[in-house]
Design a protein around this ligand. Sequence first.
Ligand code: ATP
Ligand code: MG
Length: 477
Amino acid sequence: MLTSFKSLVRKATDLFTPKNAQEYPLIIARSDHTLSRKNLSPNAVKVLYRLNKAGFDAFLVGGCIRDHLIDLTPKDFDVVTNATPEEVHALFSNSRLIGRRFRLVHVTFGREIIEVSTFRATASQDQKANTNDKQNDSARSAHGMILRDNIFGDIEQDAERRDFTFNALYYDISDFSIHDYCGGLEDIAAQQVRIIGDARLRYQEDPVRMLRAIRFAAKLGFEIEAETAAPIKEMAHLLDHIPPARLFEEVLKLLGSGNGVITYKLLREYGLFRYLFPETDELLVSKWHRNDIDPEKFILQGLINTDKRIAEGKTTAPYFLYAFLLWPKVLFRHEEFMAQGLPATPALHQAASLVLDNQVTATSIPRRFSTPMREIWDLQYRLPKRFGKRAYILEQHARFRAAFDFLLIREESGYESGNLGEWWQAFQDASEKQRRELITLADTKKSDDKGPRRRRPKRRSKSKTDNAKPRKEIDNE
Ligand code: ATP
Ligand code: MG
């Protein structure tokens, strides 16, 4: 696909004499590209046609064009038009106006949402909106960051305010041509991520663009073009000014979309990871490790497994991702609290709280995720305890499967658990009779053997053999 695409780009540039070769937009006629309505979401096409019939310009833009040209499946379809949000809203009964930072319209078709935005221009640093239109509005922070960006403009201005050249490709529904305003086709052919305009200025306007550069490089397998890459390390600290909730969403896209390993390596290389996971980064840089964990190996293994699941079409949970990204620091803190004399369980809970409290200053973690994270961590200390009815009870725990997968990551990255993962796999696959044998085999006598079991009548025949793993070892994991 890419080869044929390269020839497409050549064909497109051939349309111009060398003198005019840099003239934009390049307009690639329907007959000269492979994007057809068949490849598009029928709902997006409906929206485009309705806008067009009402007399407005209507284009598809961004990721959907880029991904199609690289032979990836587009995630969503974004529409841009010269109609104002109110005009768009009036055309679609199934739509609503949203957003404060960027005002736009969502047109809903069952579970699919087509996002429709109005062409926008960027207000320059010193010059505010060139407008007498009351709907126009922009604002910048003291750091030059764009806070609101609602100045309507034309398609050319709209292209210039987008982030990367390959994200400024437009598909025109009126004649099915592709319009390239910033050299995106050439950069796709050269397989590079290139920011539109001056990199420093663009990162200053929105530091998240640095993360997006990494995300697209990883997702598309592209290089980051030299001038786009150059200021990132030095400007990474600007991420400190981004609201934690926005960074949380970015982290999920960066590390939970199937290219986690390569993305993580790039984030580390460019000094961006520390603004997302400050405590984890600190631990990695310090090279802290223990017999039972090498943080670098463990995190990479977590990402390898996550990428694999996504490649297999399975789902991944944000809480799982966050649980393994923060686990090394939880262990570190756990050890600290135990050294201060706290018993293992309260020490773990305190460690978890402290790690979560510190993390939310960088990226938020909604409570619906932090609770299951704590459960996964807790279960790591319960999974070794399989005697009596415990294995059966643990298996019913809502977070059992996640905790089991988590245990496998620990083992795959070097933790010697005494085949605990294998045991739990066998237990899940076993018949009732085999299960009882497995429990006997598990060798699980514990100091807390005297616990609840004692109050119950003894189970028939299955005697508990002594545990090979003393409690101390488990508590010190
Ligand atoms: P994907 O959805 O596959 O992650 P995308 O390119 O569609 O990639 P979105 O975040 O959906 O990314 O954004 C849609 C489009 O909006 C982008 O293609 C880009 O043109 C523009 N855009 C998004 N975020 C920014 C930003 N921070 N600065 C400038 N333009 C942006
Ligand atoms: Mg998108």
